[in-house]
Structure formats: C-alpha cells, structure tokens
Design a protein. Structure first.
Length: 566
C-alpha cells in the first residue's frame, strides 16, 4: 500500500522540480501544493484531516508545520549541489553579499566558500525572529545581496535588498522521499488557554489577526476580507511594559496586489507579547478606482555601473528636495522603477506610491486622489501647452499643496519655448537608453536570470561571454523591457545551467529576419508612402524617440512631424 504524502512547496518555482521527481518515485502517493509559512500550515492541517500519512516541506515552513500537526513532517535539506549553484550565481554580482541562515545552511556553505575562495560573508541565526533585525543591520553596513531560505529571502526583498533563495535540487528532494518512507509521528499540538483568547477579543476589529512573538497566528477574524490578506507580518522582539503599545500604521498589499492599511498594536497577556493586526481597505473614490493604481512593490535595486546611469542617479539624489519631476526617456528604460526609487529615497517608506495616466488625471479632481498617496507617477504624458496648463490648474497645484511628489513621464523632450515644463520648480531628469548603459548589461542580464530562476524555476544561471558580446552589439530599441523579454525566452529554451551563444544568436537573428521580411512591404506604394513607412520604422527602432529618429534620418524634428502628418 502506497504512503499518502503531501509535499508543501514553500515557493512556486519548486513545484515543477517536484513534479519531475515524482515521476521516478513509485512508493509514495504524492500530492503537491504551494504555500509558505502559515499558508503551508493551513494546507498541512487540511491534509491531516483528510488522512495523509506524512507531510514533506522545507525550512521555516516545515518547522511551523511540525508544530501544528500530529503526523510526521520531513524537512527537505539543502545539499552541497544546491549551495554550489547559488554561490556560482551570486559570484557574478559585483556587490557586497552575505549568506544568512540557520547553522544547517551556513555550516554547509562555509566548506564550499573556503574551498573555492568565494568572497561571501556568512551570518548564522538560531531563531527566525532574528532575521529582520540582522538584515537591517547588514543593510546599514552596505550589504546589497542576501542569500538564505524563504524567510531570509522574503525579509530581504521587503527591506529593499536583493535576495537569492537557496533552492533545493533533485538530490535533496529524493533524500526527503526516502526519509518519508521510514519516519513516524512527531510531536503533539498543545491548545491555547481560553484566558488568552478572551484578552485578545478585547482588541478585535472587523478584520483582525493576532500573532504570537514567534509569528504564529493565534486568532483571526475576517468580515470584509474573505481570507487572510497578508501571509507574513514581522514581529520584532521587545519588552512591553503595561498593557499595549501605540498603534503603528503600515501600508501594504493583499495577496492580489490590492492596497490595504494595516494597524498593528503590541500587547502583553500573561507576560507574553502579542501583535494585534487590524486590516482595512483604502476608501478609494469610486471614479478613481480604475484610474489611479497604487503600487506596493518593494524598493527597487538600481543597477548603475555605467556613467550614464550614475549621472541619472546623481541628478535624482541632488533633486530630492523638489516636488515635481519630469522623467524623459524612451519606452522600456525603467522610468516607473526610477519613480519608485525617488519615492523611497524621498519619503523613506512613508505613504503610498501610485501611477495614473495623464489623460485620466485631467478628468479627476484632487479629492479623488487618496490622501495616503505621497508620490504620483503620471505616465503616457504628451505635454502640449493646453494639456500641461489644464493639469496644473485642475490638480497639480492642489496635490503639491498636500505635499505630494509628482513625476511626469515623457518619451522625449518637446521644445515648447516658454513652457512651464522649463520652470525652475520642474526638475527634468533624462533616463538613459540601454544602448548608453553597456557597462550595466552583464549585471542586468544576471539580475534577469536570477528573477526567472526564482519565479519560473528555470535552470540557467549564467550566459557565456560570447553570448554577452552578442547582446552588447544589439541596438535594443525596446531598451530593458526588450532585453528581459529576450532573456525570458532564452531561459525557457535553455535546459542547462549556462545559456550558450547559439541560443542568443538565434533569438537575435529572428529580429533581423522580421526586419528583412518587411523590406518588400516598405518598398511598395508611392515615393511619399515609402518615405513615410521608413520614417515610422526608424521611429519604432529608436523607441519612438522623435529626437533620435530625426538625428538618424538627418532631418530636423519639425520636418519629421510634417512628413508623418502629410
């Protein structure tokens, strides 16, 4: 009779690898579900009620599950192969980096680091509650790349550090399968005393979750939310004298990315500290609900080895005292990411960051903009005289009076003469094209490979030097967005750990084939029609930057516009 087992994968990228291993395992009746920490506990408790014999999970999730169920819990360990893969990926990052984890992770990593002489520092923790305080300290000391388990990775990402998740490979999963077939029941679960629950009920709201100092959910109640809106809330240790601390407001997002407000209050019951978390949705004006998008992504890590990007960041840092910015750059250059960077540098985590189309902003009143918004990114902006005046007279001045930073996004600079775009209070920042950032290319590629490895579970962790040369020689009219799209296709095609140059060559040559296929169409029609098609094609290749297109065609911008309109 097969052993009925549930594999709770703490991260989605692990699911595909478990599926492959399951095909070679014939003694386990294995089901796979994805859930980290408390979500994983929920899945495990459901499996126990359904009669499963054993639970398999990893790291902090496995630890939490083992404390909540009465069936055996197998922890998937990190093998030397797993550690070597992560260290190889991290070695290409020219940044200060560290491994943070329990002794099982740091002990295994030390032998490999010493043997290969890899410049990576290690910090050992013995309780997951130590993680956030340690990472905050490392960030102050200049560390930017942090490797560790799921808790370390998620905490690093939330704090604006670049996190690498140490993933378990095939060898570790097969070892867990073997252990699952021989292990028996573990510990039993103790019930919470009624007095503690009664004390917690005194502070309940419509939607509330209460955490113990260890991060366990000891009580939850939902009315406006159908389920727990946030999977993990940090709870820093500290002594509370008396009853409760002052409430703290946190801006966060639910699992669907929708913005929510979280009010946390620390309290003590029977000498044990707890964190009371009250949730509510923002009272967004109905007319603005679909127009103003509140974005809750963590602070971005900006790659800036190139002189062009360093110049851009210098301009940003020297202009943070201003409240109105104009970002000028081609499509795909990362203007929204840099706008978020301005928000984090200017307000240090206070208030919300939101985006809106310029046309939508024209139809709104200041009262429709949520009062929690501190930075508003205005994109799809075509700064004609009338439009700019309308925006300023109807909304901008009112938002500025509320202390809101306004960032306008333009694909190119328009020479309007005495236009308000050139006022002293409007800071113009030029965002460089990828073609101007060749020194950043390798790190941008590595960052993309890391992202796809973490989110898609792909194998490729580096690209050959010849492949990088091919990428460097391409013009990239679509800038960083086009680069990421090509690399996503490359990591899906490449099944090994290294992307060879023929894969890149094939993907780049396809762009050339598409261009050649259009040549017969370009040459059809009258002379005026052919001329207009060529102008439109050059404009597209230059990321719709009219100034660059005119310079490439050796004509001025007014001639370019006249020929397009004729």
């Amino acid at each position: 009779m097969k052993i009925k087992a549930l594999f709770v994968a703490p991260y989605a990228a692990m699911e595909n690898l478990i599926e492959e291993c399951r095909e070679e395992e014939h003694e386990l009746d294995l089901q796979i579900r994805v859930g980290n920490l408390q979500e994983g506990v929920k899945l495990a408790k459901q499996a126990e009620a359904e009669g499963f014999n054993v639970i398999i999970s990893r790291g902090g999730t496995a630890k939490l599950i083992s404390e909540e169920v009465d069936i055996p819990v197998i922890d998937v360990h990190v093998s030397g192969y797993d550690m070597l893969r992560v260290l190889t990926l991290a070695n290409d990052f020219p940044r200060k980096k560290a491994i943070v984890g329990f002794p099982a992770i740091t002990g295994g990593a030390k032998a490999i680091i010493d043997l290969l002489d890899i410049p990576i520092d290690m910090f050992t923790i013995h309780d997951e509650d130590e993680t956030e305080a340690l990472l905050r300290k490392l960030k102050q000391e200049g560390y930017q790349l942090i490797m560790g388990d799921v808790v370390t990775f998620e905490t690093a990402s939330r704090l604006g550090l670049l996190g690498i998740l140490i993933q378990s490979g095939r060898e570790s999963i097969f070892d867990a399968f073997k252990e699952a077939k021989t292990v028996s029941r573990w510990m039993t679960k103790s019930r919470l005393e009624i007095d503690r629950l009664k004390g917690i009920l005194l502070t309940t709201a419509r939607d509330v979750m209460v955490l113990s100092e260890q991060g366990d959910v000891v009580y939850e109640q939902w009315t406006d939310f159908s389920s727990r809106p946030v999977a993990e809330i940090p709870f820093e240790k500290g002594v509370i004298q008396g009853g409760s601390s002052s409430p703290e407001i946190i801006h966060t997002a639910d699992q669907n990315g929708q913005p929510i407000k979280l009010i946390t209050t620390r309290m003590v019951i029977h000498e044990s500290p707890y964190l009371v978390c009250e949730y509510s949705r923002y009272p967004v004006h109905q007319a603005a609900h679909e127009k103003v998008k509140i974005l809750m992504q963590p602070a971005p890590l900006i790659i800036h080895q190139s002189e062009a990007m360093n110049t851009c960041l210098t301009m940003i840092h020297r202009s943070l005292s201003y409240s109105q910015f104009i970002f000028i750059g081609g499509r795909g250059t990362g203007k929204e990411m840099l706008a978020r960077y301005v928000h984090d540098q200017k307000f240090h985590g206070e208030g919300l960051f939101a985006s809106v189309k310029a046309a939508d902003l024209l139809s709104m009143s200041p009262e429709e903009i949520d009062t929690e918004i501190r930075t508003l990114y205005i994109h799809a902006f075509d700064p004609s005289d009338d439009e700019l005046k309308n925006i300023r007279s109807q909304t901008v001045d009112a938002l500025k009076g509320r202390g809101v930073a306004l960032i306008f996004s333009m694909t190119e600079e328009h020479p309007f003469g005495e236009n308000r775009i050139y006022e002293d209070e409007m800071i113009r920042i030029h965002i460089p094209d990828l073609a101007e950032r060749k020194e950043d290319l390798k790190e941008l590629v590595t960052a993309s490979l890391l992202h796809f490895s973490q989110t898609l579970g792909t194998s490729a962790i580096r690209i050959t030097e010849k492949g990088l040369t091919l990428l460097a020689d391409y013009r990239w009219p679509g800038n960083i967005s086009e680069l990421k799209a090509l690399l996503q296709e490359a990591v899906i095609l490449e099944k090994g750990y290294v992307i060879e140059h023929p894969v890149i060559e094939r993907l780049l040559s396809r762009k050339g084939v598409e261009t050649a296929a259009m040549s017969s169409e370009l040459l059809s029609g009258s002379l005026e029609q052919i001329e207009k098609k060529i102008i439109e094609k050059v404009l597209e290749e230059e990321g719709f930057n009219q100034t660059k297109a005119a310079k490439r065609l050796n004509i001025n911008r007014s001639t370019l516009w006249r020929k397009l309109k004729d």
